[in-house]
Design a binder for this molecule. Structure first.
Ligand SMILES: *[C@@H]1O[C@H](CO)[C@@H](O)[C@H](O)[C@H]1NC(C)=O
Ligand SMILES: *[C@@H]1O[C@H](CO)[C@@H](O)[C@H](O)[C@H]1NC(C)=O
Ligand SMILES: *[C@@H]1O[C@H](CO)[C@@H](O)[C@H](O)[C@H]1NC(C)=O
Length: 402
């Protein structure tokens, strides 16, 4: 379902009606699913008043003629199909071109790599309850190179230990033809993580013309980029709180933004608040249920520490205003409360993962420009109140057997 329209696909399963293979074994499901994704991508944002005779649906017919000419999906990639629909074919190509690359690139050759890392972190400040955090990375790539099948090699590198830790769970795009055995080792069972090597992870691939996700990975970074303590106490309609944040010494101290938000669930809207942040400014959300502290671009260079004291009182009426974005969380009553950090640092990765421009090789060799960007953002970054309970996931203790 997208924009109020339901997209459906029936796959044909041949054989008698009695044989019902498990869904996972029906290849048509995967093909149908990617066809639906291709259609959604091709249609893009649709106007609300769309009808069957809308021009976009007429274009869809053309898309389907190319993507699934005889009813079976051939190449559903919207970029490839659109480039076939819009452009005249290359006059008598000298070399056979693969179907997934119907057009050749003409122009200034360049290669673009972007490493994007997200962190999910939960901090508890509780004995026996270790903080949990994990970094998720993706490398996206867009290659604008002339020639039918340019072959690109690139190294994904890490700083030497003790700073760097091997990447884990590396998944590569199907266009990657070869990788080091190191990557395969890392993908193997977690028992082998100790022996996983530090890279560089060498990837060799034949890129299509559109943007692709070259690989996904995870990284168990050694330390939290920002360590936080959130202490909140109170009675009735009034709470006092103290938040302390310390930036890791290795983290690039230049944020695009860094903001702490404290949502107050199961209470009336904030009536009054008084804050004394050591840096930045504070503000209330429009529905007066979230206290936000804008820390700004930098932590103090010497201490790398910031803190905020606040006193907050709540109105008696518990009724949530109709425009409130906050979905009540039944767990967060009384002192059960958390603060959440939102930040982004550009030209930085927490794992240290980087691409050295000198490691990019193209065959047949051409002069090209390479653009490499890095970015690190928080995706979920919670700090639970030291004085309340926190939601945790319990892993059963290991048994002695086996
Ligand atoms: C749909 O809405 C747009 C403006 O929102 C209008 O220009 C267009 O004529 C409408 N189309 C139909 C089929 O009603
Ligand atoms: C902030 O709160 C803490 C603990 O409640 C207190 O010790 C400290 O003096 C307060 N600081 C300011 C500047 O109010
Ligand atoms: C790329 O990685 C390989 C090992 O996978 C290494 O031998 C080579 O020196 C690296 N090249 C650069 C330019 O870092």
């Amino acid at each position: 379902m997208q924009h109020g329209l339901l997209f459906c696909c029936l796959t044909l399963v041949e054989g008698d009606a009695a044989s019902r293979p498990p869904l996972i074994q029906v290849p048509g499901i995967t093909a149908g699913f990617s066809l639906l994704l291709g259609i959604l991508d091709f249609l893009g944002q649709l106007p609300k008043n769309i009808t069957k005779s809308s021009p976009k649906f007429l274009e869809l017919y053309n898309y389907l003629c190319h993507a699934a000419p005889f009813g079976s999906p051939l190449d559903v990639d919207p970029f490839t199909v659109t480039s076939v629909l819009l452009d005249r074919p290359d006059p008598a190509p000298k070399v056979k071109q693969p179907a997934w690359k119907p057009k050749l690139f003409k122009g200034k050759p360049q290669i673009y790599f972007a490493i994007t890392e997200h962190i999910k972190a939960v901090q508890y400040d509780k004995k026996g309850q270790p903080d949990a955090y994990m970094v998720y990375g993706t490398v996206t790539c867009k290659t604008e190179l002339e020639g039918v099948m340019p072959d690109v090699t690139v190294n994904l590198s890490l700083p030497a230990p003790p700073l760097g830790k091997p990447l884990e769970n590396i998944l590569v795009h199907p266009c990657v033809q070869s990788t080091d055995t190191q990557i395969l080792n890392n993908c193997a069972s977690s028992a082998q993580h100790q022996t996983a090597t530090m890279g560089p992870y060498k990837l060799r691939f034949t890129p299509p013309l559109h943007m692709i996700t070259l690989c996904h990975y995870t990284s168990q970074v050694r330390e939290l980029p920002i360590r936080g303590y959130y202490q909140m106490r109170g009675e009735g309609n009034k709470v006092k709180l103290l938040v302390q944040l310390k930036l890791g010494s290795k983290v690039k101290n230049h944020f695009e933004f860094c903001e702490l938000q404290i949502p107050f669930y199961n209470r009336g809207p904030i009536q009054t608040y008084k804050t004394t942040p050591s840096v930045g400014s504070t503000v209330l959300s429009a529905d007066r249920r979230i206290l936000a502290w804008n820390i700004g671009q930098k932590f103090p260079t010497k201490s790398l520490e910031v803190q905020m004291n606040a006193t907050v009182t709540f109105a008696d009426n518990m009724a949530t205003p109709p425009h409130s974005l906050l979905q009540e969380d039944p767990f967060c009553t009384g002192l059960n409360s958390y603060a959440q950090l939102y930040f982004r640092v550009s030209d930085y990765t927490q794992s240290g993962c980087y691409i050295d421009q000198r490691s990019i090789q193209v065959h047949p060799s051409t002069k090209h420009k390479s653009i490499i960007t890095k970015e690190f953002t928080s995706s979920e970054y919670k700090i639970w109140n030291s004085h309340g309970d926190a939601q945790v996931v319990h892993t059963p203790p290991p048994t002695n057997e086996g």
